[in-house]
Ligand binder design. Structure first.
Ligand code: NAG
Ligand code: NAG
Ligand code: NAG
Ligand code: NAG
Ligand code: NAG
Ligand code: NAG
Ligand code: NAG
Length: 504
């Protein structure tokens, strides 16, 4: 921060009007604010409080009676409203928006065949499709108050689709950690070329003026040693800010585990590493996470929707945050993910107790824990103390909930109100880096939202037509990605009708 800026922040708080300052300031006045108290390392609720935002930072949180006399600030009355940090989503594939609703009942095995990075997607999506899909993914997140997203961007099938995704992430206006995927492809886009593109994008000046950042994703730690060797120097040289990988153990055999990265002495890095899903992890793998302070991204809805698994979820939670994964199949708002995490975690433990013919007398997880997993823990997963919390000095990523809406009014505990009673329609205001992204329920993303939506509808229609015209083989026999002995198994289909047929 330069000296003038420091002066301006100081002056704005203490002096009535400092006309020489160009700082843009917003004062959210007289709401209930869910703040972070660094001294007690916990949430602290402040009622009748005001939050001052100056440029990209929160520069003060006061009780309304001694609120900043910041007459230069744009004053937003938040009486009766709840102010929370912007939510953090630690695992997402933003490019997949055009698939919306066509994966409504797919399993993960079907997903890999039809929609994944190595599916026919690379032959159907043009760079323009990727751009508009990516931007729509960001809009959906911002609309729901999700301000930070770790985007495992595996649409990098060519220089053009790679660049289009990054530019979409930038133009969308979210705090997107856009993680270039390096992968072994059979379409001629060689790993060396991918790495050359990654290096080029690392220096792209469009990144500088935006809230987007560059990261790296890679899923071959366990079985692609040649590519790993090429990748290791790149990590340092490109200055990527996060590394992410799919770690889905058990029969799935996506063994990008902490120990797989440890083989390359990668865990002792200042770079945050996020292990997505982290299903079937052992105590040893969890130990590596805690020892080296890296995080798992639990994706509650994904793991249930696709039949990926719930095992070990409860054990990795202290070293985890939450994520969305594939927003085309279900909800992309982190409050829904937190709620699904909360209730599915409760169900797991309650079933255990009930299975012993005992009666649960207490509840195993709380709304506060759910809230932490989509705020503070997300910031910690990125090793960013200035994200996912509201206190002086942090990034001004915040959300204002309409606490007086019919489904929320009457709350005493604002955390329970948000986690258990709110919906996206209650998200009134959203700020990223101190800039409006949603104001009075209207999305104010960068770019022309209407125009992008029109382009998106065209693109989505064409892509869904193309997918529907394709034939996919029935999944039976051996699951091909495991070493052996893993077979596909059909699930029983349940019946929801009393007439003939099942209603499926
Ligand atoms: C704001 O103004 C009021 C009255 O004008 C004054 O009593 C109070 O001390 C001021 N607060 C700050 C933080 O300057
Ligand atoms: C501040 O909010 C409280 C309710 O939380 C309300 O009673 C009070 O009138 C508000 N004050 C102002 C100045 O709006
Ligand atoms: C999912 O259900 C819909 C509606 O019944 C059906 O059209 C579609 O083929 C199903 N998809 C899969 C992958 O089972
Ligand atoms: C892709 O971009 C990289 C980096 O600029 C370059 O080296 C490579 O030649 C490009 N590939 C094609 C096919 O243009
Ligand atoms: C990156 O640089 C740091 C500091 O120079 C070094 O300790 C680390 O080993 C390097 N990591 C890789 C993967 O090269
Ligand atoms: C956005 O695009 C629509 C459709 O092309 C156009 O009517 C509208 O004027 C544009 N809005 C802005 C703010 O440019
Ligand atoms: C149910 O049975 C009736 C009469 O046999 C038949 O016409 C109808 O198609 C069946 N519906 C379904 C959903 O199978």
């Amino acid at each position: 921060m330069d000296l003038l800026q420091k002066f301006c922040n100081y002056a704005l708080v203490l002096v009535l009007s400092v006309s020489s300052c160009q700082a843009s300031a917003i004062l959210f006045q007289n709401g209930t604010v869910i703040t972070w108290n660094s001294e007690i390392n916990d949430l602290e609720i402040m009622h009748e409080a005001s939050v001052l935002v100056t440029d990209d930072r929160i520069t003060g949180i006061y009780s309304t009676s001694d609120a900043a006399n910041a007459t230069d600030a744009e004053v937003i009355d938040v009486t009766g409203k709840i102010v929370t940090p912007g939510f953090v989503d630690t695992h997402h594939h933003l490019w997949q928006s055009q698939y919306r609703t066509i994966g409504s009942n797919t399993t993960l095995a079907e997903y890999l065949q039809r929609f994944g990075e190595l599916s026919p997607a690379s032959t159907v999506f043009t760079a323009d499709d990727i751009y508009v899909g990516e931007i729509m993914g960001v809009y959906e997140a911002l609309d729901a108050g999700v301000t930070t997203i770790v985007d495992h961007a595996h649409h990098t099938w060519s220089n053009e689709t790679a660049e289009a995704g990054l530019v979409g992430a930038i133009d969308g206006g979210g705090r997107v950690f856009w993680c270039f995927t390096v992968h072994e492809l059979d379409n001629g886009y060689a790993v060396d070329e991918q790495i050359a593109k990654l290096r080029e994008l690392a220096g792209d000046e469009r990144l500088g003026g935006s809230s987007a950042r560059l990261g790296l994703s890679f899923d071959g730690w366990a079985n692609q040693p040649d590519t790993v060797r090429k990748l290791l120097p790149v990590v340092n040289e490109t200055g990527v800010e996060v590394l992410t990988t799919h770690y889905v153990g058990g029969p799935w055999n996506y063994e990008n585990s902490p120990s797989a990265l440890d083989t390359y002495s990668l865990l002792d890095t200042p770079l945050p590493i996020i292990f997505s899903h982290a299903i079937f992890s052992s105590q040893y793998e969890y130990g590596l996470l805690t020892t080296h302070s890296h995080f798992a991204s639990i994706v509650p809805e994904s793991d249930m929707h696709y039949g990926i698994g719930q095992l070990s979820k409860a054990y990795i939670q202290p070293q985890a945050a939450l994520g969305v994964d594939t927003h085309f199949t279900y909800s992309a708002d982190m409050v829904s993910q937190a709620r699904l995490w909360l209730q599915s975690s409760r169900a797991l433990e309650f079933e255990r107790v009930l299975g012993t013919w005992n009666v649960p007398s207490t509840s195993p997880v709380s709304v506060k824990q759910a809230f932490l997993l989509i705020t503070r823990k997300g910031g910690q997963a990125l090793r960013r103390d200035d994200i996912g919390v509201l206190r002086e000095g942090v990034k001004a990523d915040l959300v204002v909930f309409d606490g007086d809406a019919p489904n929320m009014i009457g709350w005493r505990d604002p955390v329970a109100a948000v986690i258990l009673h709110s919906h996206v329609g209650n998200v009134r205001h959203v700020l990223v880096d101190g800039e409006w992204r949603k104001k009075d329920f209207v999305l104010l993303a960068k770019g022309n939202v209407t125009e992008n939506q029109e382009a998106f509808v065209q693109s989505g229609g064409r892509i869904q037509d193309a997918l529907e015209a394709m034939e996919f083989s029935v999944l039976e026999g051996d699951y091909p990605f495991a070493v052996g002995g893993v077979e596909y198994e059909e699930t029983k289909r349940f019946d929801v009708t009393v007439e003939n047929g099942t209603g499926y």
